[in-house]
Design a protein around this ligand. Sequence first.
Ligand SMILES: Nc1ncnc2c1ncn2[C@@H]1O[C@H](COP(=O)(O)OP(=O)(O)O)[C@@H](O)[C@H]1O
Ligand SMILES: O=c1ccn([C@@H]2O[C@H](COP(=O)(O)OP(=O)(O)O)[C@@H](O)[C@H]2O)c(=O)[nH]1
Ligand SMILES: [Mg+2]
Length: 241
Amino acid sequence: MWRTCLLNYRGFKNSINIHFHRPHHQVPTRLKFIELFMTESAMLVKEGDSSNRVRPLLTFVLGGPGSGKGTQCAKIAETFGFLHLSAGELLRKEILSGGENGSLILDIIKEGKIVPSEITVNLILREIELTENRKVLIDGFPRTDENRIAFERIVGVGPDLVIFFDCPEEEMVKRLLSRNQGRIDDNIETIKKRLEIFDKLNLPVINYYSSKGKVHKIKAVGTTEEIFEKVNPIFASLSLN
Ligand SMILES: Nc1ncnc2c1ncn2[C@@H]1O[C@H](COP(=O)(O)OP(=O)(O)O)[C@@H](O)[C@H]1O
Ligand SMILES: O=c1ccn([C@@H]2O[C@H](COP(=O)(O)OP(=O)(O)O)[C@@H](O)[C@H]2O)c(=O)[nH]1
Ligand SMILES: [Mg+2]
């Protein structure tokens, strides 16, 4: 749905090529291009400054259930100004809002299985399109290679970086059993299924992004603060102002 459009702009001394990365339905006309150039893109001058990006800086945050994705994402969002999108939260909201896929999603979450990619990708895409924030954390997605491929097909881009919280199973189980958020899937039977699905379906996604050199693996044991101390330098080095 996103596409890169090229404008050869001759308003400068030297003509320059500008790449706009936009949702498919927002591909601008040439005039609109120039308008865009004058507004959101008057930027390209400051390379590496993410507030100037046309497309958001995308970070996927992965890790087993209970590895601390949500907790660390909240801290990253607060410290570095990211929008935090939790795929699981978006799906739970869809159940509560009585959306057309609500009962299907509920049945799948109860079993610790994975919701069809199109549903999750479209929920995420809607949020990305709504926000002005150029820095986005996607927490708990993609869960499978199929999710990953669907995201790249529908949204048109992959992540800039991936954070992987690597946590021992027994620690994850302990945390989930004391999470106390009234979640239907935080019971030992469903937790076991979620851990199996994580090993079988999510680790290949992490391996895929590792092979692309995009993964920052963090040992997710210790206090929240200790773990964040390992996360912080990754984002601090990204020149995010
Ligand atoms: N470093 C930590 N040490 C102990 N408990 C933690 C830590 N990080 C998170 N928790 C707790 O563990 C539970 C799971 O954390 P959460 O961030 O929801 O993980 P995830 O999103 O990966 O499932 C929550 O109750 C959270 O408060
Ligand atoms: O992209 C996703 C994210 C979540 N889920 C479902 O939602 C549940 C809860 O996900 P969440 O990320 O909230 O769980 P966490 O890992 O944070 O405990 C998962 O077990 C899946 O059943 C899914 O199907 N696709
Ligand atoms: Mg979570």
